[in-house]
Design a protein around this ligand. Structure first.
Ligand code: IPM
Ligand code: MG
Length: 370
């Protein structure tokens, strides 16, 4: 079973390093108990790379990411780096990784863990059993479209602009990921845009419709305007199975969907590239939550989303379904046992810090593997 799977770990800023420490312990556990061995290297990214190397991500780190079988990413940013120029934002690192590794499909699950149902701001009846997968396009659209900039007009006013652009192949490849995922789930895809006001939105709808007829007629397809989708996500979130949408709408809707579940601290994500002829596929895994600078270094951060991101990595990059499932079950069991970090506290549960949460996951893993 032993294999050297090359893993690049980029903990980043804020709570990134402390939650990543708990993943390292899970990796060590896998090494010992499951005989799945990783060749792990790590590096700075974001603010910590600005401090160390003078740039949010170096070319050398980019190369390591390209050579790795998978990248496990923490989170970047914080007040310390907010005053630097637009080109020195810590966020540049994640955007550059997505773009240069061509990680076009960002999978953002919004799943409600039953023990946490009361942590949602929505009524339990509305969110119980919720399981949505948002597939967000992540290398195109307004995030990268040209032209973009700020110009001075003849009358002396200034004008800022960005461009939303999508080509046929950009839409088709991300929609394909959505349709294929749906086939393994409830077989339903909702494609989301603003076809009523945006040319690129209408084009998105036409392209997804044509692809559906050609390649996925067995999957149920619906279309929705992005504003309505935001409303429907709060009104009746369980109507959705897979949502496929653009970079910007996916950014907004995935934050919204994550809050339905009660805690940002619980949700992992995967960002996948195309499968290459060699069979290899670039992939990056990260929690949905940010660097949470306000609680960084206090030992109170919730490590579950980072650990669950590692489980996603095992599943999507290495096909280690059983090991991924083991980690996910261990995380749920810890919650069932009533342990909570501060962000998911509710009456009658016990408050623990990052390390104890990590240790409890290991204990559950031991029990499950016994
Ligand atoms: C996300 C984040 C990023 C984005 C930022 C950090 C650039 O909000 O991953 O959703 O907007 O894509
Ligand atoms: Mg976002």
């Amino acid at each position: 079973m032993a294999a050297n799977k090359k893993l690049l770990i980029l903990p980043g800023d804020g709570i990134g390093p402390e939650v990543m420490r708990e993943v390292r312990r899970v990796i060590d556990w896998m090494d010992r108990r499951r005989l799945v061995t990783f060749e792990v290297s790590d590096d700075h990214v974001g603010g910590s790379a600005i401090d160390t190397y003078g740039t949010p991500i170096t070319d050398a780190t980019m190369q390591k990411a390209k050579d790795a079988d998978a990248v496990l990413f923490g989170s970047v940013g914080g007040p310390k780096w907010e005053k630097l120029g637009f080109d020195m934002r810590p966020e540049i690192a994640i955007l550059r990784l997505r773009k240069e590794l061509d990680l076009f499909a960002n999978l953002r699950p919004a799943t409600v863990f039953d023990p946490l149902i009361d942590a949602s701001t929505l009524k339990a009846d509305v969110v119980r059993g919720l399981d949505i997968m948002i597939v967000r396009e992540s290398t195109g659209g307004i995030y990268f479209g040209e032209p973009r900039g700020v110009e001075t007009l003849p009358d002396g006013q200034r004008r800022g602009y960005d461009t939303e652009t999508y080509t046929t192949s950009e839409i088709e490849r991300v929609a394909r990921v959505g349709f294929e995922l749906a086939r393994k789930r409830q077989n339903r895809v909702c494609s989301v845009e603003k076809a009523n006001v945006m040319q690129s939105g209408l084009f998105w709808r036409q392209t997804v419709t044509a692809l559906h007829q050609r390649e996925f007629p067995d999957v149920e397809l619906s279309h929705m305007y992005a504003d309505n989708c935001a409303m429907q996500l709060v009104r009746n979130p369980r109507q959705f199975d897979v949502i496929v949408t653009s970079n910007l709408f996916g950014d907004l809707l995935s934050d919204l969907a994550s809050m339905l579940t009660g805690s940002l601290g619980m949700l992992p994500s995967a960002t996948l590239g195309a499968v290459q002829p060699s069979g290899k596929r670039h992939a990056l895994y990260e929690p949905i939550h940010g660097s949470a600078p306000d609680i960084a270094g206090k030992g109170v951060a919730n490590p579950l989303a980072q650990v669950l991101s590692f489980a996603m990595l095992l599943r999507y990059s290495f096909g280690l379904e059983e090991d991924a499932g083991l980690i996910e079950t261990a995380c749920v069991n810890v919650l069932k046992n009533g342990l909570r970090t501060a962000d998911i506290m509710s009456p009658g549960t016990a408050r623990v810090g990052t390390t104890v949460m990590g240790e409890s996951i290991l204990r559950e893993l031991d029990k499950l593997a016994a």
